[in-house]
Design a protein around this ligand. Structure first.
Ligand SMILES: *Cc1c(COP(=O)(O)O)cnc(C)c1O
Length: 386
C-alpha cells in the first residue's frame, strides 16, 4: 500500500509513532554506543549508564518526582504488575484487601484477578454513568486491612480523567498506598506525584511518542515492593534484567518533548477533537458521546452511533484507523466492558467508535474523517431502511 491510500490514523490511544526527535536520540544506542549500563569497567558501560541516568531525570521531570524514584520496566503492563503484586507481597502483614475500578485497563484488572488467586480480596468500584468514580465510593470501600487503591489517571477507551488528587489525598490520610495507571495521562495532561498524592505510578513510552517495550514505575521514596523478577538486581533490586538502553533513552526524550509541548499540543488537539465530535454528533442521528466530556483527555472522543450495526460500521470505515471497545473472540464480538460498566446499552456499546488524535493529526485528516463517517453511516442507514 502506498502512503496516500493508507487509512488516516486516529488510534493514538492504542499506540503512537515514535517522534523523529526521539528516534534520533535512540539510534546511536543500538550501534556505536551499545554498552551494557551495568558494565562498570569500561567506557561502553559508563556511557550507557550515563544515558540511562539522563533518561531517569527526564522521566522524573515530567512527574515532579526524584530520579531515584523511577524504575524502568518493559512498559505499563509490567509496571502495573510490579506495583500491585509487589505491594501485595510486601504488605502481607498489613492485610490483603485492595480497591480498584471496573473500568481499569486489563493490565490492572487481570493482575488483581491473579491476586485473588493468591488469596487477596479486591473491591471493584463501578463508576457513575459518566465514567467517574467518586471520592465517597473510595472512602466507603476502605477497610482497616486495605493495602492499596489503584485508580487509573485517564481511561484509554473514553478518556475520562478520575479525581486522582482527591483519591490520593484520602489514601494518604488513611495510610493506604495509592497506585495510578497513568499510561494515557502522562504527556497529555499535567501529572504531579506530590500534588496528586501518588505513591506508585505506571507509564509507557509508546503512548507518548516513544518506542514500544519501554516504560517505568514511579515508586515514592520509602515504599517497599517485592520484586516480581529476580536476577542481577538492576533498578535497585526492583526489576532485574539488562536495561533496554535505546528504549529508555527514547522514553526519556519522549517525556522531555511532551513536557515542553504538552500545553500547546493539548489545546490544538482539543480543538480538532471538538470539531470532529461536534460535526459527527450534529449531523448523524441517534449518537451519544460516552463518558464525561469535561473531565477528559484533550485528544479523544468515544461516540456511539445508534442507527447502525457496530461490527458492520467498523468494517465499512476503511479510510480511517480507529478502534472500538468491542473485543473479538473467535466465537463472538463482546461489547466493551468499559462501556458496559457505565451502563451503556449493548447495541450502543457495539456501535461505539473511539477516535484518538495525536501529534501528527491535521485539520485535513479530521475533515476527511468526518466526511467519511458521514458518508458511510448515511449509506448504511439508507441500505437498511430501503
Ligand atoms: C496501553 C496501556 C497499558 C499497557 O501498556 P504497555 O506498555 O503496552 O504494556 C496499560 N494501561 C493503559 C491505560 C494503557 O493505555
Amino acid at each position: 500500500m502506498t502512503t496516500s491510500t493508507r487509512p488516516i490514523y486516529l488510534d493514538y490511544n492504542a499506540t503512537t509513532p515514535v517522534d523523529p526527535r526521539v528516534l534520533d536520540q535512540m539510534l546511536p544506542w543500538f550501534t556505536e554506543q551499545f554498552g551494557n549500563a551495568a558494565s562498570r569497567t569500561h567506557l561502553y558501560g559508563w556511557e550507557a549508564e550515563e544515558a540511562v541516568a539522563k533518561a531517569r531525570r527526564q522521566v522524573a521531570g515530567i512527574l515532579g518526582a526524584s530520579e531515584k524514584e523511577i524504575a524502568f520496566t518493559s512498559g505499563a503492563t509490567e509496571a502495573n504488575n510490579l506495583a500491585i503484586k509487589g505491594a501485595y507481597e510486601a504488605n502481607r502483614h498489613r492485610g490483603s484487601h485492595f480497591v480498584t475500578v471496573a473500568t481499569e485497563h486489563k493490565a490492572v484488572l487481570d493482575t488483581f484477578k491473579h491476586l485473588e488467586g493468591w488469596g487477596a480480596e479486591v473491591t471493584y468500584l463501578v463508576p457513575a454513568a459518566d465514567g467517574l468514580v467518586s471520592i465517597e465510593q473510595v472512602a466507603e470501600a476502605l477497610r482497616p486491612d486495605t493495602v492499596l487503591v489503584s485508580v487509573m489517571y485517564a481511561n484509554n477507551e473514553i478518556g475520562v480523567i478520575q479525581p486522582v488528587a482527591e483519591i490520593g489525598k484520602l489514601c494518604r490520610e488513611r495510610g493506604v498506598l495509592f497506585h495510578t495507571d497513568a499510561t494515557q495521562a502522562v504527556g497529555k495532561v499535567p501529572v504531579d506525584v506530590d500534588k496528586d498524592y501518588i505513591d506508585l505510578l505506571s507509564l509507557s513510552a509508546h503512548k507518548l511518542y516513544g518506542p514500544k517495550g519501554a516504560g517505568a514505575l514511579y515508586v515514592r521514596k520509602g515504599i517497599k515492593l517485592t520484586a516480581q523478577q529476580d536476577g542481577g538486581r538492576h533498578e535497585r533490586g526492583l526489576r532485574s534484567g539488562t536495561l533496554n538502553v535505546p528504549g529508555i533513552v527514547g522514553l526519556g526524550k519522549a517525556c522531555e518533548v511532551a513536557g515542553a509541548e504538552m500545553a500547546l499540543e493539548a489545546k490544538r488537539l482539543a480543538q480538532l477533537r471538538d470539531k470532529l465530535e461536534n460535526e459527527i454528533v450534529s449531523t448523524i442521528n441517534n449518537t451519544q458521546v460516552n463518558g464525561n466530556r469535561e473531565h477528559r483527555l484533550p485528544q479523544v472522543t468515544n461516540i456511539s452511533i445508534g442507527d447502525v450495526d457496530g461490527e458492520q460500521l467498523l468494517m465499512n470505515l476503511n479510510r480511517i484507523a480507529v478502534s472500538s471497545g468491542s473485543a473479538c473472540t473467535s466465537a463472538s464480538v463482546e461489547p466493551s466492558y468499559v462501556l458496559k460498566a457505565l451502563g451503556v446499552p449493548d447495541d450502543l456499546a457495539y456501535a461505539s467508535i473511539r477516535f484518538s488524535l495525536g501529534r501528527f493529526s491535521t485539520e485535513t485528516d479530521i475533515a476527511t474523517a468526518v466526511a467519511h463517517v458521514q458518508e458511510v453511516v448515511t449509506r448504511m442507514v439508507e441500505n437498511h431502511t430501503s
